[in-house]
Design a protein around this ligand. Structure first.
Ligand SMILES: NC(=O)c1ccc[n+]([C@@H]2O[C@H](COP(=O)([O-])OP(=O)(O)OC[C@H]3O[C@@H](n4cnc5c(N)ncnc54)[C@H](O)[C@@H]3O)[C@@H](O)[C@H]2O)c1
Length: 398
């Protein structure tokens, strides 16, 4: 990491150059343009991908100085100060633990582990090495979500009584789609719980505070899929994890959410849904409603009397957290990439300045424990209790 009076150059290593790897790289590139006053200048040093196409893209399009097939080269590279881990799920824990042992702060995509146990192993390695961590919980950074969190923290909704959240996708709704890694337990862990519900659980932790108890039901409705073309197997093979999950939740008592209850649902086979991801939160004095499909809007209801009862849709504007960084006025929306730019900023601020705004490995453990509890409850039919886990949401614990 080199430092000049104006800028601090931070060497970046990337593990895997797929959708997320490209997005992390664009976020690093955007960072000095969006937040010039921070003086942080990411330098794209080395990228690893087993696929030639990924390595070519890293070098020729993203501008990494070198590439390799072996992620360990990136972790051993002395020019690499921080690492982005964007590999398929089954590699996250292995690479994260290796990054921690190499003393490299890392920004890892979700889910960090295939369940709570593996996620806790990453936590132990990161804690032992004392490295900064950041998790790809990008929906935390949506300005409308941050404003909802702020309204709740200020007590403008009164005491929160309940929340309803869902994350529905239709990306696995075609039974003809082959048995990719996401349907195989050894590769993916749980199904839609780890893939989509983990985001929703983290958003609940971020906005309302830690979940204290869960009861859940899960279902697998496309029970068999054709073997992957090119694999040694043939015919139809069993899908090993859930397509749909539904949970009832309780929250630990906090200043804003004492006794709050909720219901959360996630599906990967909802025909017609594409990232239908949202929540409605009701309190004794008001309500908020948000959906990712209309990311730049927040529905707010703050009165039960007078002519303006009901929800008002507010377009994100300069009074929403971070919005003004990206757009000068309401009506011109931010996009998905911008969320990752905010995430990159929080990560590198944590690395360079000790800011506590970034999500961290403890948040990943907190989310994974809730998902484990959901699987346990789906098997037993019973409520499962959870302790408070102090991630970056700890401020909401009391
Ligand atoms: N935060 C979010 O909203 C979000 C969204 C999508 C995906 N994700 C997560 O990001 C991760 C990556 O997803 P994606 O959509 O970018 O996948 P992708 O399939 O687009 O890319 C995966 C890349 O990994 C490479 N790869 C495979 N084995 C490797 C190895 N041994 N070493 C190095 N590279 C290897 C592949 O060649 C490919 O380039 C997943 O864990 C996923 O859950 C997060």
């Amino acid at each position: 990491m080199s430092t000049s009076p104006q800028t601090r150059t931070i060497g970046v290593g990337l593990i895997s150059v797929g959708w997320m790897g490209r997005l992390h790289s664009r976020a690093y590139a955007a960072l000095p343009l969006i937040y010039p006053e921070l003086g942080l200048k990411p330098r794209l040093v080395q990228a690893a991908d087993t696929a030639q196409a990924g390595r070519d893209y890293a070098e020729n399009v993203l501008g990494y100085e070198t590439t390799t097939t072996d992620y360990r080269d990136v972790l051993a590279n002395p020019e690499v100060d921080v690492v982005s881990i964007c590999a398929p799920n089954f590699l996250h824990a292995e690479v994260s633990i290796a990054a921690a042992k190499a003393g490299k702060p890392f920004w890892v995509e979700k889910p960090v582990g295939r369940g709570g146990k593996e996620t806790a192993a990453v936590e132990a390695a990161a804690d032992a090495a004392g490295v900064v961590t950041c998790i790809g919980f990008n929906y935390r950074h949506v300005p409308a979500v941050e404003l909802a969190k702020k309204l709740i923290a200020e007590g403008q909704l009164g005491r929160v009584t309940n929340v309803r959240g869902r994350f529905f996708g239709g990306f696995s709704s075609n039974p003809e789609d082959p048995l990719a890694w996401r349907f195989v337990r050894s590769m993916s862990g749980s199904g839609v719980l780890g893939d989509l519900m983990g985001h929703l659980v983290d958003l609940m932790h971020h906005v309302l505070g830690p979940i204290s108890a869960v009861t859940a039901a899960t279902g697998t409705y496309i029970a068999e899929r054709p073997a992957l073309p090119g694999s040694t197997a043939t015919g139809l093979l069993p899908v090993e994890n859930e397509d749909f999950a539904s949970m009832l939740i309780r929250f630990h008592d906090s200043a804003v959410a004492a006794g709050a209850l909720g219901s959360l649902e996630a599906s990967r086979i909802a025909v017609g849904s594409s990232s239908d991801y949202g929540f409605e939160i009701n309190g004794t004095e008001g309500s908020v409603r948000w959906n990712f499909a209309r990311m730049n809007e927040l529905d707010v209801a703050l009165t039960r009397t007078g002519p303006f009862i009901g929800f008002t849709t507010v377009l994100a504007n300069s009074s929403f957290p971070e919005f003004e960084r990206f757009q000068p006025s309401s009506g011109t929306g931010m996009g998905y990439d911008d969320l990752k730019t905010i995430e990159a900023k929080k990560f590198l601020l944590a690395v360079t300045g000790g800011s506590a705004e970034s999500s961290n490995i403890h948040d990943a453990v907190a989310s994974a424990r809730v998902l484990d509890a959901a699987e346990e409850s789906a098997a037993s039919g019973l409520w499962v209790s959870l302790p408070i886990i102090a991630g970056s949401t700890a401020a909401f614990a009391q």
